[in-house]
Design a protein around this ligand. Structure first.
Ligand code: FDA
Length: 305
């Protein structure tokens, strides 16, 4: 099932047709408040009232022209201003291929630098998402260069990749901010764990190790997962080292385990909700369906009046 949906996510023919279908548009609303920046900012209000911060990403990946990347960068600059104007505790998260990584990595870096400066000037942060394994080396390398001059930046790393512990070590001298996720793409067993238990074990060990070996300095780690049991296990394992529930962040996607997001915030965890929006939601939505077969049943129910 997972492989089927990840194949659907990559299929260009379906990508250009399925999003036009009304029932697809209705189904995606479960995970996405709407297609516009306004929809995303409005969705943040009740979260903020409950002490939950927000992360924003405009969906879209693998652009074909540098002009498009320029437009995306400008969009994110406006978004940073709008977050401030709305008084929201929000941060922006971007995909490198959405800023032209396939076309011109130097230009991508300069977009990231511009956005990082803008975010830092408003007291915010810029996050870099992690895409499929073909992009991991380039993304880590670009983050190394970005972080050297822009401390208020972070990178997403994927626990299913066997290389991730060494990427953490490689970045450690830069005092990186890391969002740890399990990983959403279809990667071969040569480079990634495919068994859930192995992925969970890798996640636990990377998170605990990163938090405990911050060398006395506070580190920024976002646990990008809906796996509440795993979050609680991490909290339990780092507590003897004096790291409290608010010594890291718990980050979940909008519309997924919402009740748990509110419960964790009430219980003293620092919670952030990632709100995705935009017109180019098809591959992203297919990856959400791949994560949980029950979501497919939900999508089918959307066919009903
Ligand atoms: P897991 O799949 O084990 O699920 C744990 C439990 O959470 C499930 O039992 C279920 O109850 C619930 N759950 C999980 N997914 C669900 C869904 N789609 N619908 C409903 N319930 C669900 N990936 C990546 O490769 N690059 C990236 O940059 C990011 N960025 C990112 C940011 C943030 C804030 C989050 C939360 C996730 C990502 N991801 C990501 C996605 C990530 O890699 C992973 O695919 C998903 O988070 C699903 O895995 P879980 O960690 O939730 O665990």
């Amino acid at each position: 099932m997972r492989s089927l949906f990840l194949w659907l996510a990559r299929n260009q023919w379906l990508k250009s047709r399925l999003p036009r279908l009304w029932f697809m548009r209705r189904a995606v609303r479960r995970f996405m408040p709407g297609e516009t920046m306004d929809d995303a900012l409005q969705a943040a209000e009740p979260l903020q009232a409950a002490g939950i911060g927000t992360l924003y990403t405009r969906l879209g990946e693998n652009l074909t022209t540098l002009d498009e990347a320029e437009e995306v960068a400008r969009h994110y600059e406006t978004l940073v201003d709008r977050i401030v104007d709305a008084g929201l505790d929000g941060e922006v998260s971007v995909k490198p291929t959405q800023l032209g990584l396939d076309l011109d990595p130097e230009r991508t870096l300069s977009h990231l630098q511009r956005l990082a400066e803008k975010a830092a000037a408003t007291g915010s942060y810029l996050w870099i998402d992690m895409e499929g394994s073909d992009y991991v080396e380039a993304t880590v390398a670009i983050y190394e260069r970005l972080r050297a001059d822009h401390p208020r930046t972070g990178i997403c790393l994927q626990a299913y990749l066997k290389r991730t512990p060494s990427d953490v070590e490689r970045l450690r001298p830069l005092d990186p901010a890391i969002r740890l996720v399990k990983g959403a793409y279809d990667e071969p067993a040569t480079i990634a764990y495919r068994d859930k238990r192995q992925v969970d074990a890798s996640y636990l060990s990377i998170a605990v190790d990163f938090l405990k070996t911050g060398r006395g300095r506070p580190v920024r780690l976002g646990l990008g997962t809906h796996d509440v049991a795993l979050v609680e296990q991490i909290a339990e394992q780092v507590s003897p080292a004096g790291i409290a529930k608010d010594g890291f962040e718990v980050e979940m996607l909008y519309g997924i385990r919402s009740r748990e997001q509110y419960r964790l915030a009430k219980a003293g965890y620092r919670v952030q909700t990632l709100i995705a929006y935009g017109e180019h939601w098809y591959p992203w939505y297919m990856r959400r369906l791949a994560e949980r077969p029950a979501n497919v049943a939900f999508a089918i129910r959307s066919l009903l009046p």
